[in-house]
Write a protein that binds this ligand. Structure first.
Ligand SMILES: C[S@@+](CC[C@H](N)C(=O)[O-])C[C@H]1O[C@@H](n2cnc3c(N)ncnc32)[C@H](O)[C@@H]1O
Length: 263
């Protein structure tokens, strides 16, 4: 399938692409891309990032996108190894940070089983950057002492059991991949008498088409239904949402929900 070349030094670097805003790629990530012979990339929020790779490098899409063939994780693992053995310097580019719900460690284990060196360039995870872009401080002295980052959809397509545990805590709760389970999430917080807890849902965070819905546990379902907010989105639950300098006005007095496009 691939042309064999001599004296190839296989090497794979997992690079975190950040949450979407091109400027939130790290300098180290841009440098790694600049040296790539091959870039294997997922469905990125912003494909402009590929312009950091040399023009002559191979750029191979291996993500899931409507209407296109989706590779299984096993196929992706094998492609990375094949390209590294045949082309040398491979960058595996993944959204956010490779180790936050990114299957980065699985890929590393497989690649290293072939004796190929791997490196990781951390990325700015959407779990922290997307709330921050809306002025939401996930921890705040006197308001929140910790935050949980949880997947809304586990490998068996279920809501993580950790959401129920997090609902019992006083932590800020950040849920990725949770939009299809919003009703279940709301019910878990209502069971803990947390119906008035503020919630923000941010779709396409840090991008030009960013959209946000704000409400409380009791109102957020209606906010989503009326606004058409969808994936990819981050759900942030906790008093820190109310504290955001950008969102504060919407919780002042009695106003409890809001939907807006990026300002
Ligand atoms: C498979 S996870 C990968 C997360 C990634 N590794 C990270 O650190 O950001 C994909 C989920 O991350 C969230 N996500 C990623 N980028 C986002 C963005 N720009 N805006 C909102 N949510 C985002 C969504 O919940 C999406 O379904």
């Amino acid at each position: 399938m691939y042309q064999m070349q001599n004296k190839i030094q296989p090497k794979v670097t997992l690079v975190g692409a950040g949450p979407g805003d091109l400027d939130l790629l790290t300098i180290k990530g841009a440098k790694a891309l600049g040296g790539a012979n091959v870039v294997l990339y997922d469905a990125l929020a912003n494909e402009e990032i590929l312009t950091y790779a040399p023009k002559k490098s191979l750029k191979i899409f291996v993500g899931k996108r409507k209407g296109s063939h989706a590779y299984s994780q096993d196929q992706i693992n094998q492609l990375i190894v094949d390209y590294a053995l045949n082309y040398g310097n491979v960058v595996r580019l993944k959204g956010g940070d490779p180790f936050i719900f990114g299957r980065g460690s699985e890929e590393i284990e497989y690649i290293e089983s072939f004796g190929i060196s791997t490196y990781v360039v951390p990325g700015i995870s959407s779990s922290i950057a997307v709330p921050a872009n809306q002025g939401i401080s996930l921890t705040k002295r006197g308001v929140s002492e910790s935050f949980w980052v949880i997947t809304g959809t586990t490998s068996d397509r279920k809501l993580s059991k950790d959401v129920a545990l997090a609902a019992q805590s006083s932590a800020t709760v950040v849920i990725l991949m949770g939009m299809s389970k919003l009703a279940q999430i709301v019910a878990l917080f209502q069971n803990e008498s947390k119906g008035e807890t503020p919630v923000a849902i941010i779709q396409n965070g840090t991008m030009q088409n960013e959209k946000i819905g704000v409400g409380t546990i009791n109102t957020i379902g209606q906010v989503v239904a009326e606004s058409g907010l969808g994936s990819p989105a981050i759900i942030v639950i906790g008093e820190v949402v109310r504290e955001s300098n950008k969102l504060k006005g919407f919780y002042g007095k009695f106003v409890s929900n809001k939907v807006c496009a990026r300002e």
